[in-house]
Design a binder for this molecule. Structure first.
Ligand SMILES: Nc1ncnc2c1ncn2[C@@H]1O[C@H](COP(=O)(O)OP(=O)(O)OP(=O)(O)O)[C@@H](O)[C@H]1O
Ligand SMILES: [Mg+2]
Length: 323
C-alpha cells in the first residue's frame, strides 16, 4: 500500500496565498494546472496552515465529493453544522450541493459568527465538472458578488475566494471575463519531486531520473509509477491507450500534433487543434498569471514558452503512436 506523502515545497505558491489571506482580494481567483499537479493538496495545506488561527474563518469544499460530508467540507464545527443542514435541504451529491450554495452557507454562518475582524477564506476545489462547464462563467460571477457581500455587507476584515479546475476549457471560459483572475500552477520542481520519489522508496537514482524526465514533476504520475512497482512499461501502456483514443479524436489535426511534439508553441497557429487538445487535457497554456514558478521552456519535456504538454510522457508516447 502507498503511504500518504509528506507535503513538499510549494513555498512560492503558499507565500502568495498567505499574503492574499492577510490582505484579502476583491476579485476571486481561479486556479488551473495539469491534472494531478497538486492543486487539491495545495489547498488542503493552505487550509491546515490557517484553520487553527483565530483571525481566520476558512472553509474548504471539495465539489467533486459525492457522498461523505466530512470529505466534501473542511471547516470549524460551526461550519460543519451549517453545511449539514444545507446538504439535507438540497440533497444530491454533497460536494456539488455545497459548491452550489456557497452564498447560503456563508449567510448562515454570518448569523452565527461575527465576520468583523475576521479574514474570510473560501476554497472550492474542482468546480468545473460537477457544476458543468456551461455554468462556470456564471459561477465566477456569483463568487465575485459573494466577495462584495463579504466585504461590504458582512464587514469581513478581508475576503479571499479561490476555486480550482483542471479542465483546460474552463480556464478558457473564465479568461473571457473580469469576474475572476486566472492563475496557473505547474508540476513540482525537480528537487522537490525527487524528495517525493525518495519518500515512495524509489530503488535508485537512475529510476528517479527516469521518473523525472517522463513525468516532468507530476506527483500523481509519480504515485502511479510507484504503485506499479516502478514498472515504467506498464505505466506507459496505460498512457498509450489514452493517446490512441486522443489521436482518434484529433485525427484531422495530425500535422499540428506532429509539429507540437517538437515545439508545443506551434499550436498558437492552430486554434482548433489547440482547443481540442486543451479540452482533452493533453496540453495547457500559460496565458495567465503564475501562482508559483512558471517552468522554463524545455523542448525535451514538451514545455514551450506559451504552451506545454501536461506531462512529458505524452510527447514520448504520442510520437510512437502517431508514427
Ligand atoms: N506538494 C506535495 N507534496 C506531497 N504530495 C503531493 C504534493 N502535491 C501533490 N501531492 C500528492 O499527489 C497526488 C495528486 O495531487 P492532487 O490530487 O492534489 O492533484 P490535483 O492537481 O488536485 O489533481 P486533479 O487535477 O485531478 O484535481 C495526491 O496524492 C497528493 O497528495
Ligand atoms: Mg484536485
Amino acid at each position: 500500500m502507498l503511504r500518504e506523502l509528506r507535503f513538499v515545497n510549494r513555498e512560492p505558491e503558499l507565500d502568495k496565498m498567505m499574503r492574499w489571506a492577510r490582505e484579502g482580494r476583491y476579485t476571486p481567483v481561479f486556479l488551473y494546472g495539469p491534472e494531478g499537479c497538486g492543486k487539491t493538496r495545495l489547498l488542503k495545506e493552505f487550509y491546515q496552515r490557517l484553520s487553527q488561527h483565530e483571525d481566520y474563518i476558512i472553509v474548504y469544499i471539495d465539489a467533486l465529493e459525492e457522498k461523505i460530508p466530512e470529505k466534501a467540507l473542511l471547516g470549524s464545527e460551526k461550519v460543519l453544522d451549517v453545511a449539514k443542514s444545507i446538504v439535507e435541504q438540497i440533497g444530491g451529491p454533497v460536494g456539488k450541493a455545497l459548491a452550489d450554495s456557497v452564498e447560503a452557507l456563508l449567510e448562515e454562518l454570518y448569523k452565527r459568527i461575527k465576520f468583523k475582524d475576521k479574514h474570510v477564506i473560501l476554497l472550492i476545489d474542482d468546480v468545473a465538472s460537477p457544476l458543468g462547464l456551461d455554468y462556470i462563467e456564471l459561477y465566477a460571477k456569483r463568487l465575485l458578488s459573494l466577495s462584495e457581500e463579504l466585504i461590504w455587507r458582512m464587514k469581513a476584515r478581508s475576503a479571499l475566494l479561490i476555486a480550482t479546475t483542471s479542465e483546460g476549457k474552463s480556464a478558457r471560459l473564465i479568461a473571457r471575463h473580469t469576474y475572476a483572475n486566472l492563475y496557473f500552477m505547474w508540476n513540482l520542481p525537480k528537487e522537490h519531486f525527487m524528495e517525493l520519489a525518495k519518500q515512495l522508496g524509489a530503488p535508485d537514482e537512475a529510476i528517479m531520473e527516469r521518473a523525472w524526465s517522463l513525468t516532468g514533476g507530476n506527483p500523481r504520475a509519480l504515485l502511479e509509477i510507484a504503485s506499479l512497482r516502478w514498472n515504467f512499461d506498464e505505466w506507459m501502456r496505460h498512457i498509450e491507450h489514452r493517446m490512441r483514443r486522443a489521436l482518434f479524436e484529433l485525427r484531422e489535426h495530425k500535422e499540428s500534433i506532429r509539429a507540437a511534439l517538437e515545439d508545443p508553441d506551434v499550436l498558437v497557429e492552430d486554434r482548433e487543434a489547440f482547443n481540442k487538445m486543451l479540452d482533452l487535457n493533453l496540453i495547457m497554456d500559460f496565458y495567465a498569471e503564475p501562482l508559483g514558478v512558471k517552468p522554463r521552456p524545455n523542448p525535451e519535456m514538451g514545455i514551450g514558452r506559451e504552451i506545454a504538454w501536461q506531462i512529458p510522457v505524452y510527447v514520448h508516447v504520442m510520437r510512437r503512436v502517431i508514427e
